[in-house]
Design a binder for this molecule. Structure first.
Ligand code: TA6
Length: 312
């Protein structure tokens, strides 16, 4: 099916639902849902939640103004789904990398294989006047890059909170190991007005300093590039924004690790689809299961992982 036929089919199936619109953003199809509590836009490419806004609130997610909405490139912003590995494949555990053909390792993209694939829209349901559930799925077939069949399902719950749950099912005959992250870009008034709390005393890998293990007992304020992988975080992570006068709670689902990232000035200039000054408007707080928390999934097993974002 071409784009027009796909949109027509989606309209026929979902267009009459209250608060649902099917949209075309240049080459990418999205579904927008609106109810009495919130609104959200989810792109079929990557099952990427690009926007989420509570009624009467400012957007909770940040989306780059430099997005070009071209097929095959993950949007800069929202919540990219990183699976079946997080970050640079070579920084993943050997229990994951040894599963893959060495010849292809060097060509594998950062953040896995599914954030740029077209997912299927399986269902849209208004659970009540304040809650809409959108389910998307992707059947992953065995390939040279990833030889393990799997079925991914993403359940997005749009309401007073934003719930994003990835269900991974091993549909193959062999067990496989994977890592994953929900690469949430949060919308800030200004990076200088914010602090991140809840990670005090947690060990983190400082990826900007040879992945040294460090810890701090202070809330995180951002005044330079930061790229940290916190491991085994016990409590929710909270972003306090004194100018927007709000706190955003980042609650993990089966995701014990938390990545904190802001590119700051120099890396911002090197990033695709990212305006030079955009680093002042965003921070990524990414619920994840990575490094020692690599997940083994045996045939027929499934696991739920994800994040719940709310405004405290
Ligand atoms: O999660 C942090 C990070 O791994 C950073 O190192 C930076 O690369 C960021 O993800 C964005 O990655 P992307 O491939 O989306 O440009």
């Amino acid at each position: 099916m071409n784009l027009a036929e796909k949109i027509q089919a989606l309209y026929a199936k979902y267009g009459s639902l209250k608060g649902v619109t099917i949209e075309l953003h240049k080459q990418l199809i999205a579904i927008s849902v609106k109810n009495e509590a919130a609104s959200a836009t989810i792109f079929l490419q990557g099952a990427q939640v690009a926007e989420y806004k509570r009624v009467g609130e400012r957007p909770l997610l940040w989306l780059s103004e430099a997005c070009d909405f071209k097929a095959g490139k993950s949007l800069r912003g929202g919540i990219p789904i990183c699976w079946p590995w997080f970050g640079d494949i070579t920084r993943n555990p050997t229990s994951l990398t040894q599963q893959l053909d060495e010849k292809v390792l060097a060509q594998l993209p950062a953040h896995g294989l599914v954030r740029e694939q077209d997912w299927e829209l399986d269902s849209v349901e208004r659970l009540d006047s304040e809650t809409t559930e959108v389910v998307l799925s992707l059947a992953v077939s065995s390939s040279e890059q990833w030889p393990f069949p799997a079925l991914l399902q993403l359940t997005v719950t749009v309401g007073v909170e934003l719930g994003v749950k990835l269900t991974v099912e091993n549909t193959g005959a062999e067990a496989f190991n994977f890592t994953t992250a929900f690469h949430s870009y949060l919308n800030l008034s200004s990076v200088s007005a914010c602090e991140v709390v809840g990670l005090e005393g947690c060990n983190y890998f400082d990826t900007l300093n040879e992945w040294q293990i460090r810890k701090s007992n202070l809330p995180i304020t951002i005044d330079r590039e930061i790229d940290r992988v916190y491991t085994n975080v016990a409590s929710p992570t909270v972003l306090n924004d004194s100018k927007f006068n709000r706190s955003i709670s980042v609650m993990p689902l089966n995701a014990p690790d938390l990545v904190v990232w802001n590119p700051w000035i120099n890396k911002a200039k090197r990033l695709s689809h990212f305006n030079d000054d955009a680093y002042t408007q965003m921070v990524c707080l990414e619920t994840a299961s990575v490094l020692d928390n690599v997940i083994e999934l045996t045939p027929g097993m499934r696991i739920d992982l994800g994040v719940k974002l709310s405004i405290a």
